[in-house]
Design a protein around this ligand. Structure first.
Ligand SMILES: Cc1ncc(COP(=O)(O)O)c(C=O)c1O
Length: 350
């Protein structure tokens, strides 16, 4: 089954594929491929500014939001160096691993605070303590919703911390999965930027998930104008390619596609939750396009067996054991996955 053409449910991509409107817009723009992307990237910045109700100088476009992560780390490390202070990044584990990889590459120490044992929440108290106990600059890299758990952090507690933190705490709030959140208590960090809750808050977002443009590499950071100017100094020149900017604009204009994208993921989430309920496998309340669920057994073996059945899932997210991260693909993919999972149950594997 599917072994040459596996169903890829391991990278939180959007299996719907790019919107037709985005494909058309990219094809139509190829005649301009010899020009630098100044015009489309300016147009995209303007659209994002309107979308969120911020000024254009509050936005930094990234070659994927991961470029913003790298630049923010470098900017703060550089600032610490200039001020003769130490620098560290504090992260929950597990979380999206890219920030840690970039920190390692520039020799910045990373303090890792495990999620809480019971519900796999961010341990805000310990994260805060790690920053409080450090006399240099701390960057708190916090994904909300978190990856791989798909769950959100208490808005009240996070907001309280961001509002009252000392000025050597910097917050990088990664909201890659923002549009999937349904919990009414959730507040976007972009609103906090607009309310000027803190000068030390940068929020990032991406076109890789709901917008189905992971391969086009477009993301962005939103903060106050000064922070954006500081980050921009560490971004690559002309980093947003023409096709990426054009595709992002077209998708932003395609309300029908965006509604379909959200509906599809929600439908797939329901299918998976029912199947997991039926099998009595625990899962965390997903507010994203993936779900973290129990597998009752060794993850590596489970991943290999799924792969043998034509499905890519997982990977390992230490220190958590016995859970798999499953990307919510399209319902047809979920049907295949559920069939395979149920066959595993019959064999006593899950
Ligand atoms: C929390 C989080 N941030 C960022 C990304 C990647 O974003 P981009 O494709 O914009 O670089 C991912 C991808 O899985 C993610 O989970």
């Amino acid at each position: 089954m599917h072994t040459n053409n596996p169903i890829e449910l391991n990278a939180n991509e959007n299996s719907l594929g790019m919107a037709d409107s985005a494909k058309r817009a990219v094809t139509d723009s190829l005649g301009s491929g010899f020009r630098y992307p100044d015009n489309p990237s300016a147009a995209l910045i303007s659209k994002i500014a309107t979308l969120h109700g911020v000024a254009e100088n509050q936005i930094s476009l990234g070659n994927g939001s991961t470029e913003n992560i790298r630049a923010i780390l470098q900017m703060l490390q550089h600032r610490a160096l200039e001020e003769g202070r130490k620098f560290q990044m504090v992260i929950p584990v597990p979380t999206f691993d890219c920030a840690e990889m970039y920190a390692d590459s520039i020799g910045a120490p990373v303090v890792k605070i495990p999620l809480t044992a019971e519900n796999y929440d961010l341990d805000l108290q310990r994260l805060q303590k790690a920053a409080n106990d450090f006399d240099g600059i701390s960057l708190l890299y916090l994904c909300n919703p978190n990856n791989p758990t798909g769950t959100i952090t208490s808005t009240a507690k996070l907001k309280d911390w961001v509002s009252n933190a000392p000025d050597n705490h910097y917050f990088l709030l990664d909201q890659a999965y923002l549009e999937y959140v349904t919990d009414p208590s959730f507040e976007s960090g972009i609103e906090w930027v607009k309310q000027q809750l803190s000068d030390n808050l940068i929020v990032i977002h991406t076109f890789s998930k709901l917008y189905a443009l992971a391969g086009m590499r477009v993301g962005y950071a939103i903060s106050n104008p000064q922070a954006i100017e500081d980050v921009e100094a560490f971004m690559s020149m002309d980093n947003t390619n023409l096709s990426g900017a054009i595709a992002a604009i077209a998708t932003l204009n395609d309300a029908e596609f965006l509604a379909l994208s959200l509906r599809t993921t929600n439908q797939s989430r329901q299918m998976i939750e029912s199947a997991l309920d039926e099998l009595g496998l625990r899962y965390l309340p997903s507010q994203a396009n993936f779900i973290f669920h129990e597998i009752k057994g060794d993850l590596k073996t489970y991943i290999d067996r799924m792969r043998e059945n034509g499905i890519k899932v997982g990977r390992e997210f230490p220190p958590v054991k016995g859970f798999n991260r499953l990307t919510l693909g399209i319902p047809e993919e979920m049907e295949v996955f559920i069939e395979v999972l149920k066959s595993f149950r019959k064999k006593g594997w899950v």
